[in-house]
Design a protein around this ligand. Structure first.
Ligand SMILES: N[C@@H](CCC(=O)N[C@@H](CS)C(=O)NCC(=O)O)C(=O)O
Length: 240
């Protein structure tokens, strides 16, 4: 059995990291048995979470590399009915979420006082007395540096919200009235979308991005559908 290494659950969500939430959702969707173990970026083979450990102790990082390896080993049942065109659409949306939305969402989550207040609370219990505050500020600085790609640094906050609106609207438009992204049955893309959308919708703070997602009307019911099907054992604590 594989071991999925990542930080613990918070806010009644699979994870506060979209990549961790995506991968664990994928494992559940693909019915791949796994056990959970705490994991920090520094212990991962790529310096990031999540990562997995195979039974022989070998570690593998990067959700897309992990999913590709698991497909090689177990087959790709989830995407069996997808056309080549739909696979291309998957790749385009994956890039929209992982290479654009992730940075905009992450930067503002760690930068804005309203969200930082809640993010900070998660790390505080692990901080030593006296110097804990300094360590926390360093962690915040490191994360903000990591999110500081040109898309984020070259745009104002208002511009970022325009860009996030565009991305969220594109997801909503393509989903339309379908229960899952490509139709009546879920595919790998739904693990990706769910992992990312819950980071906007079911977090303890309000934000323009949360409002953008809620206004799209079909995204909250979509997350609820995924939640009920794959995460009925959890109850999001911050339903607005
Ligand atoms: N491409 C990677 C991205 C993973 C990633 O960026 N993880 C973040 C958490 S959401 C991380 O580990 N950040 C900590 C750090 O960079 O120190 C994947 O698909 O797994």
């Amino acid at each position: 059995m594989i071991t999925l290494c990542q930080p613990s659950r918070v806010w009644g969500l699979p994870n506060m990291s979209p990549f961790c939430a995506k991968l664990e959702t994928y494992l559940r969707m693909a019915k791949i048995e796994y056990k959970l173990k705490g994991g920090l970026p520094a212990s991962g083979p790529k310096g990031r979470i999540p990562y997995i450990k195979f039974e022989n102790g070998e570690k593998l990082g990067d959700t897309n590399a992990i999913i590709a390896e698991l497909k090689k080993r177990n087959g790709d049942v989830l995407n069996a009915s997808l056309t080549q065109e739909q696979k291309a659409v998957h790749l385009a949306f994956r890039s929209l979420l992982e290479d654009r939305l992730y940075y905009m969402m992450g930067y503002l989550r760690w930068k804005e006082e309203e969200s930082w207040k809640h993010v900070k609370k998660i790390f505080q219990p692990f901080m030593p007395p006296v110097v804990g505050g300094i360590i926390l500020s360093r962690i915040r600085k490191t994360f903000l540096e990591d999110f500081s790609i040109p898309l984020v640094t070259e745009n104002s906050k208002e511009d970022i919200y325009e860009l996030s609106k565009e991305a969220i609207a594109a997801i909503s438009k393509y989903l339309g009235e379908k229960p899952y992204f490509f139709g009546n049955e879920p595919t790998e893309t739904d693990a990706l979308l769910y992992g990312f959308l819950i980071q906007l919708i079911w977090v303890p703070w309000d934000s323009p991005m949360k409002q953008q997602a809620i206004e799209m009307k079909n995204l909250v019911p979509y997350c609820q559908r995924m939640q009920e099907r794959y995460w009925a054992d959890l109850k999001p604590e911050y339903l607005f």
